[in-house]
Design a protein around this ligand. Structure first.
Ligand SMILES: Cc1ncc(COP(=O)(O)O)c(C=O)c1O
Length: 383
């Protein structure tokens, strides 16, 4: 069979492709966005999991929008306005896909920061959208570029990860959030606010969601992969009811509904009295690992390697002098450390930054130190 046109220009995910190589014996992986497995809150889920068999109705077909008690919890917990609804999806990745299918026609213009989350580049590529890139600064997108882009007209949506961006770790300032919200309202552009790392703030002050400043011009995507476990594959889209309804229609066609037993387990977990302690422990662990990685980079890598300090999330963005970053990442893998080159996070050949995305949540402190030592040799050879 011939490949559909929509698939012909889509690169398979570099990260998913090297995941098996990265998991080989002797390789230390800073490549995937994997949470620390030893910290999965399985003990808090245990009663709920073993109780499932007492509730056969949870194993019946369920509602597309999600398990009703969980949806009710979300409405309260996230203080959704009465005109807004939630839709539980199979990971926030599915939420993004549903949005693209419901609201994007081929050649529609959408805006993203560059660099950007690879999974979003793939989704918008499959939807055959025209992606307009806006450069990213230390406190969020370049606002002049963003306004110029919006002012051309015909922009369907602006996709953004304002909290601890993947891949750069950047967190938007309050002023940038307010300005972006104002621009979305002024130019009637919908913001897709993707916040899978929001609960992983380990320093600094919490900043309101951008959507708080433009609730009727935004959809929020949340993920439970990083604070519960990725394997339960649960996420949430919230926003205006008239925008959630079409997402529900697309989801009916995609998979009918997400796993109801897992949604029941998630609800128990989120309401567990020890869940806040679990989050606190996770933040502390990630703060320590992040600091270990920074200390090792500072002591072991040449001074031309630069990093932005991050206040949360899972990644550091290591900026290098101009070099063949793909060759460097390959050489790093051969030397026993898996990292992701910056080229992966840009559309086609737009990558002008030589950088590596380094994950600090999955390797322990000794492994992080050893990984940087291996990386140091490769960087000195390539830069
Ligand atoms: C920015 C961003 N959005 C969405 C996702 C997908 O998350 P989920 O596991 O909820 O599908 C990820 C995963 O790493 C991500 O980094």
């Amino acid at each position: 069979m011939k490949l559909a046109k929509s698939l012909q220009n889509i690169k398979p995910s570099y990260i998913r492709e090297i995941l098996s190589a990265a998991n080989s014996q002797g390789i230390i992986s800073l490549a995937g966005g994997l949470p620390d497995q030893a910290s999965f809150p399985l003990s808090l889920m245990q009663d709920s999991l073993s109780n499932l068999t007492n509730h056969p109705s949870l194993f019946q077909y369920g509602s597309t929008a999600g398990y009703a008690p969980l949806l009710e919890y979300f409405k309260q917990h996230y203080q959704l306005p009465s005109s807004h609804e939630g839709l539980v999806c199979t990971g926030s990745q599915q939420g993004l896909d549903l949005i693209a299918r419901a609201f994007i026609n081929p050649n529609d213009k959408i805006v993203m920061e560059a660099p950007s989350y690879l999974g979003a580049i793939q989704v918008f590529g499959l939807a055959q959208a025209k992606i307009e890139s806006v450069s990213q600064q230390a406190d969020g997108p370049n606002l002049q570029e963003l306004e110029a882009c919006f002012a051309q007209g015909g922009i369907t949506l602006f996709y953004a990860v304002p909290d601890f961006h993947n891949p750069t770790g950047v967190c938007w300032s309050l002023a940038v959030r307010q300005k972006v919200a104002q621009l979305c309202q002024q130019y009637d552009v919908t913001l897709i606010e993707d916040v899978p790392y929001r609960e992983l703030r380990f320093s600094g002050e919490e900043i309101p969601l951008v959507s708080n400043f433009c609730p009727d011009h935004s959809l929020v995507l949340r993920s439970f992969s990083k604070i519960a476990t990725p394997g339960i594959r649960l996420g949430l889209v919230t926003g205006r009811a008239d925008w959630i309804t079409p997402l529900n229609t697309v989801k009916q066609a995609a998979d009918l509904h997400s796993s109801i037993p897992m949604q029941a387990v998630l609800l128990d977990l989120l309401q567990h009295k020890e869940f806040p302690d679990h989050l606190e422990r996770l933040r502390k662990l990630y703060r320590e690992r992040c600091q270990t990685l920074i200390d090792n980079i500072t002591h072991q890598l040449p001074s031309y390697c630069r990093i932005n300090k991050v206040e949360g999330g899972m990644f550091l963005w290591l900026l290098l002098p101009d070099c063949n970053i793909d060759a460097l990442a390959k050489a790093a893998l051969t030397s026993g450390v898996a990292v992701v080159p910056s080229s992966v996070f840009y559309q086609e050949t737009n990558c002008t930054t030589s950088a590596l995305r380094l994950n600090f949540t999955n390797a322990n402190e000794e492994e992080l130190a050893e990984a940087v030592q291996r990386l140091a040799k490769v960087i000195k050879e390539h830069c």
